[in-house]
Design a protein around this ligand. Structure first.
Ligand SMILES: Cc1cc2nc3c(=O)[nH]c(=O)nc-3n(C[C@H](O)[C@H](O)[C@H](O)COP(=O)(O)OP(=O)(O)OC[C@H]3O[C@@H](n4cnc5c(N)ncnc54)[C@H](O)[C@@H]3O)c2cc1C
Length: 477
């Protein structure tokens, strides 16, 4: 329920005095896009949205809301896929958008580090690193609009986890505004620091429930000097897993990405997305898009990939393959991968899962899950794709061609339950990279050990005793 005693008019006046008229938004037209979740499943409500320009303003605004007993929902680029950045009407929460905090505070190529404010768009962080001949390896489909604060708060994954780790692995230090408005200055470029609990990891993946990330010091890497990209038709998911193991060995662990693509996903993309071409002459059921990357431009990668594919072909793992001859062709292969999500949008309702299992169990998961959902919904059109290299499958299920969209989507929870049960039986996770947000709180509570939920609730209560920071997300109320 909205806090009954809160004086929103007084709070609004105080916030305008702090942030200026531009920093407080309450007209419904401007607010509208900030209140809808990315998938269009939820629409929130807020008395107003605030847009602070620096850490001091965030700190003072959070303190004002805390004094007024008004909850806050932090928001970055609003590209999250679990409705974590949506303020729900029952909370009366102020939306705090970090988009104005987009400065690079420090860039040190010698230290291989960059310090950026939370509102920096991911792509601009990549570009800032590139300008000093360094790589910031986090890369995902929404990189042109998601913000680093959102990336860290969701512990985002993306296409390079296999080589560089999740967002969590890319952080050296954080600056965070706590739920009472105090600022924790944990910004550091130290590579080693064992002076107690590593508190930054509470906020990374915390989805804004423990505090607001205002800045981060991130790790940079040498830029790849040479890449080799191939679009490969494989005999099936088991062959793809075998191929990955061989590729890691043959390349000296230089596999930067290894993505699974099903034929139906390619068909949808060919049908609906501009500029997609099938790189192979024949059609096949399963494909892998892989990229090898090396810090040395010695021409060694392409022969490694050619030899690997030749031997995998002899052993029946690979049926056909196209190696990108140049950057343009490599980009065309990646365009197929990026077009998978877009293509599905035109094929009616889609029930989504973002699951992971140990890499070796992906074939068994796919086998069982495909049988299961086909039995549950005859005519269903599964489009399982994604980060096979991390055992992370986006198990998306397009509706049967002639089905009623709303009736089909009405089965979302039922289908999720069945698929998630299978995932958990296989030792997997019901949210590999998108987080829990609002959408998966009940499901997470169902599958996680009660002791783990209790520990999460205790951490939440310790840092946010009044439950003012993104209430109702991640941990059950
Ligand atoms: C086309 C597309 C492709 C995607 N691909 C991937 C992918 O490959 N891998 C992946 O992991 N995700 C992916 N996503 C999901 C999404 O882009 C990521 O979750 C991203 O990290 C969210 O960043 P954001 O700035 O949009 O955060 P938002 O959506 O604004 O917020 C996400 C969560 O973080 C909290 N939050 C935001 N900023 C802060 C802050 N400064 N301090 C504290 N809490 C904050 C919010 O309250 C919310 O709970 C994809 C999304 C789209 C639309």
């Amino acid at each position: 329920m909205p806090p009954k005693t809160a004086d929103y008019d007084a709070l609004r006046r105080d916030l305008i005095a702090l942030l200026g008229e531009k920093g407080v938004v309450d007209d419904s037209e401007t607010l509208s896009p900030f209140l809808k979740d990315q998938r269009g499943r939820y629409e929130g409500q807020t008395p107003f949205m605030i847009r602070p320009a620096n850490t001091e303003e965030v700190s003072r605004a959070v303190a004002l809301c805390a004094e007024a007993g008004v909850p806050l929902v932090p928001q970055g680029g609003n590209t999250g896929l679990v409705a974590g950045a949506v303020p729900f009407p029952e909370d009366g929460a102020v939306l705090i958008n970090l988009g104005r905090m987009n400065r690079v505070r420090n860039l040190d190529p010698t230290d291989y580090s960059i310090t950026v404010e939370a509102g920096c768009i991911l792509q601009s962080v990549q570009q800032a690193a590139e300008a000093v001949d360094r790589l910031f390896p986090l890369s995902l489909g929404a990189e042109g609009s998601c913000q680093i604060g959102g990336n860290l708060s969701t512990n985002a994954g993306g296409i390079h986890v296999l080589r560089y780790g999740n967002a969590r692995d890319l952080v050296l230090g954080l600056e965070v505004v706590l739920p009472d408005g105090r600022v924790w200055d944990g910004l550091t470029a130290l590579r080693k620091d064992n002076t107690g609990y590593d508190l930054k990891h509470l906020f990374i993946g915390g989805e804004g429930t423990l505090g607001i990330i205002t800045a981060a010091t991130l790790k940079l890497f040498p830029r790849p000097r040479e890449t080799a990209v191939a679009f490969i038709a494989v005999a099936g998911p088991a062959a793809a897993v075998d191929l990955l193991a061989r590729a890691r060995e043959a390349s000296g662990d230089r596999v930067a990405a290894f993505e699974l693509i099903p034929r139906i996903g390619l068909d949808f993309a060919l049908r609906h997305v501009n500029g997609i071409e099938d790189p192979l002459a024949e059609t096949h059921d399963w494909y892998v898009l892989t990229e090898l990357a090396s810090g040395q431009a010695d021409g060694s990668l392409r022969p490694v990939l050619e030899d690997l594919l030749a031997s995998a072909c002899e052993d029946g793992l690979v049926i056909d393959a196209a190696l990108a001859a140049n950057e343009r062709q490599a980009a065309a292969f990646w365009h197929i991968r990026e077009g998978l999500v877009e293509g599905q949008k035109f094929e009616g309702g889609s029930i989504k899962h973002d699951v992971s299992v140990p890499v070796s169990k992906v074939p068994s998961f796919l086998d069982q899950a495909l049988t299961l959902v086909k039995e549950m919904v005859p005519g269903i059109r599964p489009v399982p794709f994604g980060h096979l290299g991390d055992g992370n499958i986006h198990f998306n299920l397009s509706q049967p061609e002639d089905a009623d969209r709303e009736a089909y989507l009405g089965r979302w929870d039922e289908v999720n339950h069945a698929v998630h049960s299978l995932v958990v039986d296989l030792g997997g996770s019901i949210s590999a990279e998108h987080g829990i947000g609002f959408m998966k709180v009940a499901e997470n509570t169902r599958f996680k050990a009660p002791l783990e939920i209790e520990m999460m609730q205790r951490v939440k209560a310790a840092l946010d005793p009044k439950n003012l920071m993104n209430p109702g997300k991640v941990v059950p109320r």
